[in-house]
Design a protein around this ligand. Structure first.
Ligand code: PGA
Length: 253
């Protein structure tokens, strides 16, 4: 995604009605920065989607959900479809986050179906991939992540329809960040593999996620082929999230 950065906040299972104030603070902050080359989105829990949809309508921030079902509707107690998410004006939906892969046994084939359901509902799936610590130590992180991507992309998707987030599992919520060399190596490998699949793969935003914070954002966002960040913990504090957005702004304007 040349020349633009995308910063997505993943609130995970955090936030009640009071967190609408957090969304408002982020919207106000983003409106004030005038960062025309930085796109910002927040992904609150499902319960906040209608409220966040209302406040986001007044600003330049978009929003998304953290998961969706593969079906558009039906007998799936407790699940939420992509169409339900889209109805509130959402733009994105995360699919295949490592916490869902681990906690709900989600495999890449299922992620591809969820991403397809997202596309069918007019949403942009943010397809998440990443190796575990054991996989990193085994030296196979790159082929493992590339095979996750190959199996998690829906058949017939096009580059303008998707976002990919590389999040090393061992870096999520731990305060440990991949080295810029490792991030660069992985993002280049991902880009190369996408280039062999698509004619215009350079437009696919490749986000890095895993303990991105105000202090390390600028360094990470400056890495080749890093088009943005998927931010967990630091997206729950408006000043920290704004610092990450400002870091992106300082790189691309
Ligand atoms: P973190 O989470 O920034 O708290 O490490 C990132 C994510 O899980 O998307």
């Amino acid at each position: 995604m040349s020349g633009k950065k995308l910063i997505i906040g993943n609130w995970k299972m955090n936030g009640g009605i009071g967190h609408v104030e957090l969304a408002k603070a982020i919207i106000e902050g983003v409106n004030g920065v005038n960062a025309k080359n930085v796109d910002v989105a927040i992904c609150p829990p499902f319960t906040l989607l209608p409220l966040i949809g209302q406040v986001v309508a007044h600003g330049k921030v978009s929003f998304g959900a953290q998961d969706c079902h593969t079906a558009a509707s039906g007998a799936h107690t407790g699940d939420i479809s992509a169409a339900m998410i889209a109805e509130f004006g959402a733009k994105f939906v995360l699919v295949g986050h490592s916490e869902r892969r681990a906690n709900h046994n989600e495999a890449s084939a299922l992620i591809a179906q969820k991403a397809r359901a997202a596309l069918d509902a007019g949403l942009v799936p943010v397809i998440c991939v990443g190796e575990t610590e054991a996989e990193r130590l085994s030296g196979d992180a790159v082929p493992i992540v590339l095979s996750q991507i190959a199996a998690s992309l829906p058949i017939d998707c096009t580059p303008e329809q998707i976002v990919i987030a590389y999040e090393p599992v061992w870096a999520i919520g731990t305060g440990r960040v991949a080295s810029t060399q490792d991030i660069e190596e992985m993002h280049k490998a991902i880009r190369d593999s996408l280039n062999s699949k698509f004619a215009n793969a350079q437009i696919i935003p490749l986000l890095y996620g895993g303990s991105v914070n105000a202090a390390n954002a600028e360094q990470i966002l400056a890495v080749n082929n890093v088009d943005g960040a998927l931010v967990g913990g630091a997206s729950l504090k408006a000043p920290d999230f704004m610092d990450i957005i400002s870091a992106a702004h300082s790189i691309v304007g």
